[in-house]
Design a protein around this ligand. Structure first.
Ligand SMILES: *Cc1c(COP(=O)(O)O)cnc(C)c1O
Length: 497
């Protein structure tokens, strides 16, 4: 299958799209057409385990990859998850389910893709005949960084540098990254917010001078951010898997529609749900949940994407984003795949901080998605009440999603034109990853020390503490550098020597 740029400049193979990460015209790679999963194929997926379902979905896009090898790599990746199932679906009550995506090595949903990406990239390099060393640059709002470090640590022929906003991640997220082991990893704090990190990384990618300097050292750049199709593809699979689990457990009949609520930042996770729908999965509404950085909620209200506004630090830091990169792929689709118009809008975003879509387009956005946001107090209250009502602890990002899912349920009840479906809320992180905020939500009390917080949450909820988080307490901090955004490339050069 071919992949094309949303901005029209390029058409490449899947392997090339994954290795390159971003198109040379600055656009994002999208499949030339959406491969279909037929009713019979969906029925056949019921009998598959999680790794098989993922391999099946990936193979639809990655036709040059060997099927057996792909399955083996995926099986290996998900064997590092707790329990037998990488993406368990939990029933809370009739018609309401949680899709838990945080049972991987770093306790956030980023593991779903970043445990598989190293294989996709290595194999992609082989398929493209790339002999150079690969340098992966990551901008992170907290969770991608750790998951990428863990995925690529000690990988052959690969080096990785992660940039995170100095004051924009939780204590536990910082500790997870700065204690990372491996000889090929580097972690740098940036004096700025996530958007500064993301812009800095994009600048390095698009700077001829930087690329030439690296080439002279026999190094090519790649990205592990969610703009990389290799990140998106494994995420499509869990929507199929959740659907299969609902059918298998007789919660729904085959063909019934299901809604999903997704806590959203860079628009990668929820875009994967949209791709699943385009492939034929019976999806009803996609509910896009934001925190106080509610650019997307306003976009769905007015048809204007406007990121010129204060950046807010919230207790759901992985969603503290004003420029949702993956939205470009949806803008492209809903413009009727108009590459010139997409390029114009993205240039307007880069230059003026905003762009708008037509009223006809906005109608399509609203038919497919519902968008809402939750403030800090509402999120805290939602986590508390949900635990009281169902004994189910949620992290802060999932709390945002649940609050918006409840708002959506109330909306559907009022609105005669919108059909009600079973709702799956996507749970993106372990509560233990944000111990201070979750402890505060559950008790109204503060706790300074992360590990004390973990212990107390465990006493209250009796939920198992992930071994990977316990272990961090005794690991030395290896990375302490903090630089302004302008110095990012210098740090890269320092690291590769
Ligand atoms: C990354 C992340 C999100 C946001 O996902 P996007 O794909 O960027 O929209 C939500 N919750 C958690 C815990 C995350 O790590």
């Amino acid at each position: 299958m071919k992949f094309i740029s949303t901005r029209g400049g390029e058409s490449v193979t899947a392997a090339r799209a994954i290795v390159q990460g971003i198109a040379s015209d600055g656009g994002l790679f999208v499949p030339e057409t959406f491969p279909a999963v037929s009713g019979e194929e969906l029925a056949a997926m019921l009998a598959m385990d999680y790794a098989e379902r993922t391999a099946f979905v990936l193979k639809k896009y990655l036709d040059e990859y060997d099927a057996d090898e792909l399955l083996a790599a995926i099986r290996e990746a998900y064997s590092r998850f707790d329990d037998g199932d990488a993406a368990p679906l939990v029933r809370v009550e009739n018609g309401m389910y949680m899709l838990e995506l945080y049972h991987g090595p770093t306790c956030a949903f980023k593991d779903m893709a970043l445990t598989v990406l190293p294989y996709l990239l290595r194999k992609g390099c082989d398929l493209c005949g790339i002999k150079e060393e690969v340098l992966i640059l990551v901008a992170t709002s907290g969770d991608t960084g750790k998951a990428a470090l863990e995925g690529f640590k000690d990988a052959k022929g690969v080096k990785i540098t992660v940039f995170y906003p100095d004051e924009g991640v939780s204590k536990m997220q910082r500790l997870q990254m700065c204690t990372q082991e491996g000889d090929n990893v580097n972690v740098v704090a940036i004096k700025g917010n996530f958007d500064d990190c993301q812009t800095g990384v994009k600048k390095i990618f698009s700077s001829k001078e930087c690329v030439e300097k690296l080439k002279a050292k026999n190094i090519v750049l790649s990205s592990a951010n969610s703009i990389n199709f290799g990140r998106l593809a494994p995420q499509i699979a869990y929507y199929f898997s959740a659907y299969c689990d609902l059918v298998s457990s007789q919660q729904i009949a085959m063909g019934d529609k299901v809604d999903f609520t997704v806590p959203t930042g860079n628009f990668g996770n929820i875009l994967a749900a949209y791709y699943a729908k385009r492939m034929g999965l019976p999806v009803g509404k996609l509910v896009c949940a934001s925190n106080e950085n509610n650019v997307l909620t306003d976009f769905w209200k007015k048809g204007i994407y406007d990121c010129k506004r204060p950046f807010r630090l919230t207790m759901s830091p992985s969603m503290d984003i004003l420029v949702s990169s993956n939205l470009e792929r949806l803008v492209f689709e809903l413009s009727g795949r108009n590459t010139a118009l997409t390029a114009e809008r993205m240039n307007s975003l880069a230059g003026k901080g905003k762009y708008s879509v037509t009223p006809e387009e906005l109608k399509a956005y609203r038919e497919l998605f519902y968008a809402g946001y939750a403030g800090e107090e509402d999120t805290v209250e939602c986590i508390y009440e949900f635990f009281m009502d169902y004994g189910y602890p949620m992290d802060t990002h999932t709390g945002v999603a649940m609050k918006v899912a409840q708002e959506y349920a109330a909306f559907v009840e009022e609105d005669n034109e919108t059909e009600a479906h079973p709702m799956v809320v996507v749970s993106t992180a372990s509560p233990y990853k944000f111990p201070q905020a979750v402890y505060y939500a559950l008790t109204g009390n503060d706790v300074k020390d992360s590990f004390k917080g973990i212990k107390r949450i465990n006493l209250i909820t009796a939920m198992k503490v992930p071994e990977s988080l316990k272990a961090i307490r005794y690991k030395p901090v290896r990375f302490k550098t903090c630089v302004p955004p302008a110095k990012m490339f210098d740090e890269v050069l320092n690291f590769i020597g």
